[in-house]
Design a protein around this ligand. Structure first.
Ligand code: ADP
Ligand code: ADP
Ligand code: ZN
Ligand code: ZN
Length: 754
C-alpha cells in the first residue's frame, strides 16, 4: 500500500450499478458522498474502497492470520491505487452481551478503576478489584451481571387467601399436595387465616421455618413426622440452587412462570462486590459514578484536586468530554451497549477512534447524522474534522446539508438510482455543488416550507403518566387520523415515549429497521409474494411446470445451484468468486431460460426493477405489490436483488411496502428518512400523506425538518437529553412550532425556513 500519492485513485470501477467510475479522492481530507438512494454511493465507498483496502491489508498478513480473517473478494475495477488501511464505522449494532457497557467499550471504566484503586478509601486493591468482569471485583451473588433470578413471590403467594384456601399457587407446593401439607398442617400456622393477616413472626416461619420444628404429613406410605422446611428455603433449594437443565421440560416451564428477574439484592445492580463498593472518592463509589449520566460525572471528576489523583481524573474527563461532545452526554457508563440505537452505537465507536493515536488511516462513515437532532449535527462535524486533522482520510456517505457543508470535497453520484445512476455527476467543493445543476445542488438551494393547512384530528389516542426511563409523568394526546412527528434531541425520550404508545395501543403497525429474518436467497420478489404468481403466469403461458421457474428448485442451474456465482477455493489464496460459467449468472437452466413471456425469461424478470415489471404484468395482485415497492421509493431495486444487501432504511421501506393499503390503522415509523436523499424525502412525505388520507394515523420519530414542517402535529420532547429531557416542551402545528420558545426543534425550523 503506497502512501506516496496525495490521492486515492479509482479507475474503471464497476461494482453493482457503477458505470466505469474513475475518481481521485484527496488524502487527509473530509470527502462526502451524496446522491439519491440507490445511486451508487455505498458501491463506491463500501463495496469498492473499503473492501479493497481491507483485502490488501489482509494480504500482508501470514497465511495463518489470513485464514482467520473474513474473505475479501477483489472488487470490480481496473485499478485501485494508493489506498490506506480503512476502518469502517457503521451503524451495525455493537455486538455485545450484558457485560459490555458504554464504560467498557469506551475504556473510561478502566481509567476510573485506576483512579479508585489509587485514591479510593479504603482501597479495594489493584485496579481489577473494581472490575465486574474480573473475579476479584465482581459481586459473588450475581457474578457481576447486576441481575439475579429470584422467586416471584407475588405470583407464588396469594395473600388474600388462607393456606387451606390455596394461598400457595406454585402447583408442586399447593394445598392438597404432599409437599403442600407441610404448610397447612403446621401447628405454628393457622391454615384458615389469610396470609396477609400473618404476624411478622408467622410470615418468617412460613418462609424460613425454625431449626428443629417438625410437621406431620401423610402420603401413600402412611403418616410420618418430618423436619419443617420454610417455603422460601424449599423453593430455593429445589429450584434455584439446582441446575434447571436437569429437570423435565414441564417442570422447567412451571418453575419459570414463578421466577422473576430482578436487580441483584447483594449489590443493588452495581455488579461489584462489597470491598469495591465500600471504596469511595468524595463520598461516591465507582458504581455511583457509573450510574450518573456522563455530563454529571464530568462535573464530579473535575472537583478532584488531590495533586496525585487529579491527572488520572483529567484523563477520564477527557474521554467523557469526547462522549459529551458527540451528543451522548445523557448516557451513563453502566448502560449496556445492547440497548443502544444504531446511531448511538456508531457515535460511540467514533469516540473510541478519536482516542486512538493512529494516523494515515481511512475512516469510513455511513450516514453518521442518523438519530441526531439538527442541534447536535455540528458537534458530529467537529468530530469528523478532528479525525481528519489527526492525519486521516475521512469518507462519509451523508444526506444532511450541514454535514455536506463541512466537506473539503464532495462526490455527487447519480443522476438517478439503480441502472439510472452509477455515475459521478459532480466533484468539487460544497459551495460549487450548491451552485450546480445536479439534483443534490438544486435540493441544497431549496428552503423548507411549513404546511399551513393541517388536517383535523378525527379522534385521540393517549399516553398517560408515562415514567419509563427519563420520562417525567408524561401525559400526551396523539391526534388520530393525522400525521404526527415526534421530535427532540437524542436522548430526550422519543423512542421511550413511542414504545409506551405502542404498548398502550398494541394493534399499532410498527415498521422498524430491524432485519428481516429470512433466508439468504430472499429477494423483493419472494418477500412481496410476487414470485408465486410470476411462476404461475410463466407456467400458464408456456405450458411448463410452475416449479421450474424457481431458483430454489429443479429449474435452477445445476452448476451453481441457482446462486448465479461460483466460489473457487484456491489453496493458500483468497477464494475467488466468478460468475457461473454455465448460466452466466442467470441462475436458471437453459431450457427454463428459453421459456419466455412477452419475450422475457424468468431471469429477465428478476433483473427488472418494479417499474419495468409493471409494464409486463397485468395481474392485479402483482401490480398492486409492484406499485407498493414504487410507492416506498424502492423503484431501483431489482426483483431479484438479495435482501441481505439492503440497508436499514431500505429494509424499513420494504416492510412498509407489505403493510400498505390498510385503513383505520396506526403506523409507527422510526426515522423513516434514514438513507434518503433530500429529493427522496418528498416521495416519502407523499406516501405518508396517502396513508393518512386513506384513513390511517401515522406517527413518525423524525429529525428531518422537511418532514417535521409537513406534519399535521408535532410533539417535541426535551428540552435536553437524559436527565435534562423527558418532558413535552411543545405540542402543536408546525406553524405554531415556528413561534415556540424553548424548543430546539422550533429554533432550527426557523433557521431552515428562512
Ligand atoms: P446508495 O449507497 O447510493 O444508496 P448503492 O451503492 O447501495 O446505492 O446501490 C447502487 C445500486 O446497486 C442499487 O441499484 C442497488 O440496488 C444495487 N446494489 C447494491 N448492492 C447490491 C448487491 N450486493 N447486489 C446487487 N445489487 C446491489
Ligand atoms: P431518544 O429516542 O429521544 O433518543 P430515548 O427514548 O432513547 O431517547 O432515551 C431517553 C432516555 O432513556 C435517555 O436518558 C436514555 O439513556 C434512556 N434509555 C433509553 N433506553 C434505555 C434502556 N434500554 N436502558 C436504560 N436507559 C435507557
Ligand atoms: Zn450482584
Ligand atoms: Zn449457474
Amino acid at each position: 500500500m503506497s502512501q506516496t500519492s496525495e490521492f486515492i485513485t479509482i479507475t474503471g470501477a464497476g461494482e453493482n450499478n457503477l458505470k466505469d467510475v474513475s475518481l481521485r479522492i484527496p488524502k487527509g481530507r473530509l470527502t462526502v458522498f451524496t446522491g439519491v438512494s440507490g445511486s451508487g454511493k455505498s458501491s463506491v465507498v463500501f463495496d469498492t474502497i473499503a473492501v479493497e483496502s481491507q483485502r490488501q491489508l489482509a494480504e500482508t498478513f501470514t497465511w495463518f492470520v489470513r485464514s482467520r480473517l473474513p474473505k475479501y473478494e477483489r472488487p470490480h475495477a481496473e485499478a485501485l491505487e494508493h489506498l490506506t488501511p480503512a476502518i469502517v464505522v457503521d451503524q451495525r449494532p455493537i455486538g455485545g452481551h450484558s457485560r459490555s457497557t458504554v464504560g467498557t467499550m469506551t475504556d473510561v471504566s478502566s481509567v476510573l478503576r485506576v483512579l479508585f484503586s489509587r485514591h479510593g478509601t479504603p482501597s479495594a486493591g489493584p485496579a481489577t478489584a473494581y472490575s465486574f468482569n474480573d473475579p476479584s471485583g465482581m459481586c459473588p451473588a450475581c457474578d457481576g451481571l447486576g441481575r439475579t433470578v429470584r422467586p416471584d413471590w407475588d405470583r407464588i403467594l396469594d395473600p388474600d387467601r388462607s393456606l387451606a384456601e390455596g394461598a400457595v399457587r406454585f402447583p408442586p407446593f399447593a394445598a392438597g399436595t404432599w409437599q403442600g401439607q407441610a404448610y397447612t398442617n403446621s401447628d405454628e400456622l393457622d391454615p384458615h387465616k389469610p396470609v396477609r393477616e400473618f404476624t411478622a413472626a408467622e410470615r418468617e416461619f412460613l418462609m424460613r421455618g425454625r431449626p428443629g420444628s417438625k410437621v406431620t404429613v401423610s402420603g401413600t406410605g402412611g403418616t410420618w413426622t418430618t423436619e419443617y422446611e420454610g417455603l422460601a428455603d424449599r423453593f430455593e433449594r429445589l429450584y434455584l440452587k439446582r441446575d434447571l437443565a436437569g429437570m423435565s421440560q414441564r417442570t422447567r416451564d412451571t418453575v419459570r412462570e414463578f421466577l422473576a428477574e430482578g436487580v441483584c439484592a447483594a449489590c443493588g445492580g452495581a455488579r461489584l462486590n462489597e470491598a469495591a463498593l465500600a471504596s469511595r472518592i468524595g463520598g461516591r463509589s465507582i458504581a455511583d459514578c457509573a450510574r450518573m449520566q456522563v455530563t454529571d460525572l464530568i462535573a464530579v471528576l473535575r472537583e478532584i484536586d488531590d495533586p496525585v489523583a487529579a491527572p488520572i481524573a483529567r484523563a477520564a474527563v477527557a474521554a467523557l468530554e469526547r462522549i459529551e461532545r458527540i451528543g451522548l452526554g445523557y448516557l451513563s457508563l453502566d448502560r449496556e451497549t445492547t440497548t443502544l440505537s444504531g446511531g448511538e452505537g456508531q457515535r460511540l465507536k467514533t469516540v473510541r477512534h478519536l482516542g486512538s493515536s493512529l494516523t494515515g488511516m481511512t475512516y469510513i462513515f455511513d450516514e453518521p447524522s442518523v438519530g441526531l437532532h439538527p442541534r447536535d449535527v455540528h458537534r458530529l462535524g467537529e468530530l469528523l474534522l478532528r479525525l481528519r486533522d489527526k492525519g486521516n482520510t475521512v469518507l462519509v456517505v451523508e444526506h444532511d446539508p450541514d454535514v455536506i457543508a463541512l466537506a473539503d470535497h464532495v462526490v455527487d453520484m447519480g443522476p438517478g438510482a439503480g441502472t439510472g445512476g452509477g455515475r459521478v455527476v459532480f466533484e468539487g467543493t460544497p459551495d460549487a455543488l450548491a451552485a450546480s445543476g445536479t439534483l443534490t445542488g438544486r435540493c441544497l438551494r431549496r428552503r423548507t416550507a411549513v404546511k399551513d393547512t393541517v388536517r383535523e384530528a378525527v379522534g385521540e389516542l393517549w399516553v398517560k403518566g408515562a415514567r419509563r426511563h427519563n420520562l417525567r409523568e408524561v401525559t400526551v394526546r396523539f391526534p388520530a387520523g393525522v400525521l404526527t412527528a415526534v421530535t427532540g434531541v437524542a436522548g430526550s425520550g422519543k423512542s421511550t415515549l413511542v414504545a409506551e404508545f405502542t404498548a398502550a395501543h398494541g394493534d399499532a403497525v410498527v415498521v422498524d429497521q430491524s432485519s428481516i429474518g429470512i433466508s439468504a436467497r430472499s429477494t423483493p420478489a419472494t418477500y412481496l409474494g410476487i414470485m408465486d404468481t410470476v411462476r404461475k403466469i410463466f407456467a400458464r403461458e408456456t405450458g411448463a411446470e410452475p416449479g421450474l421457474f424457481s431458483f430454489n428448485s429443479e429449474g435452477a442451474c445445476g452448476t451453481c445451484e441457482g446462486r448465479g456465482i461460483m466460489y473457487t477455493d484456491l489453496a493458500f489464496m483468497d477464494p475467488v468468486t466468478t460468475t457461473c460459467p454455465a448460466c452466466e449468472g442467470r441462475r436458471f437452466k437453459d431450457e427454463v431460460l428459453r421459456l419466455t413471456v412477452g419475450g422475457h425469461s424468468v431471469a429477465d424478470v428478476l433483473e427488472m426493477t418494479a417499474e419495468q415489471a409493471l409494464d409486463l404484468f397485468d395481474d392485479t395482485g402483482v401490480r398492486r405489490r409492484l406499485r407498493a415497492l414504487r410507492d416506498v421509493g424502492l423503484t431501483y431495486l431489482t426483483l431479484g436483488q438479495p435482501l441481505s444487501t439492503l440497508s436499514g432504511g431500505e429494509r424499513q421501506r420494504i416492510k412498509l411496502a407489505t403493510r400498505l393499503h390498510r385503513t383505520g390503522a396506526v403506523y409507527v415509523l422510526d426515522e423513516p428518512t434514514t438513507g434518503l436523499h433530500m429529493a427522496d424525502v418528498d416521495g416519502l412525505v407523499a406516501l405518508l400523506d396517502r396513508l393518512v388520507d386513506a384513513g390511517n394515523t401515522v406517527l413518525v420519530v423524525e429529525h428531518n425538518l422537511d418532514v417535521v414542517a409537513r406534519a399535521d402535529w408535532v410533539i417535541d420532547l426535551g428540552p435536553g437529553g437524559g436527565r435534562d429531557g423527558g418532558r413535552v416542551v411543545f405540542e402543536g402545528t408546525p406553524a405554531q412550532l415556528l413561534e415556540a420558545e424553548g424548543s430546539f426543534t422550533g429554533q432550527h425550523l426557523r433557521r431552515a425556513v428562512r
